[in-house]
Design a protein around this ligand. Structure first.
Ligand code: GDP
Length: 138
């Protein structure tokens, strides 16, 4: 069944000029781009987005990194979108990511790992609503 997920091309990948290559991988894998926008976010916006990680030791570093430069926010749609995007992304730590995954090709470290993807339906709904208004999702 068709499903929506939320993704971010993170500041490291945008800085390195990988935006187009990562979007091409996403489209080649069969995702429709429902909505896309490039913007910089504040540290407070990053903290709200990653609030589930607020107790983790890397929370401050992660939110500083995510607000360090422009990012590309995406809403994507296909059958099984949430699980299929996670598979296309690869493991959180690029050292453990499978060959052919986006993180294997484009990520530099466990923190600067090129791409975000929602991990469940409820998270996808929260994340899409956090960054996009209803009129942007038609
Ligand atoms: P994801 O779902 O694969 O993105 O991974 P998580 O939800 O576990 O973590 C969210 C993000 O926090 C990751 O994508 C990384 O950017 C960052 N992160 C995760 N684990 C670590 C860590 O051990 N150290 C640092 N510095 N960053 C981390």
């Amino acid at each position: 069944m068709s499903q929506r997920t939320f993704s971010i091309i993170k500041p490291d990948a945008v800085r390195k000029g990988y935006t187009g290559a990562i979007l091409a991988e996403i489209e080649k894998a069969g995702f429709q781009i429902v909505a896309v926008k490039k913007q910089s976010i504040s540290k407070d916006e990053a903290k709200g987005f990653y609030h589930v990680h607020r107790e983790r030791p890397f929370f401050d570093a992660l939110t500083t990194f995510m607000s360090s430069g422009p990012i590309v926010l995406l809403v994507l749609e296909k059958d099984n979108a949430i699980a299929d995007l996670r598979k296309l992304m690869g493991a959180t730590n690029p050292a453990n990511a499978e060959e052919g995954t986006i993180r294997k090709k484009y990520a530099g470290s466990i923190e600067e790992n090129a791409i975000h993807g929602s991990d469940a339906e409820e998270t996808a709904a929260f994340e899409i609503g956090y960054w996009f208004a209803g009129y942007e999702l038609l």
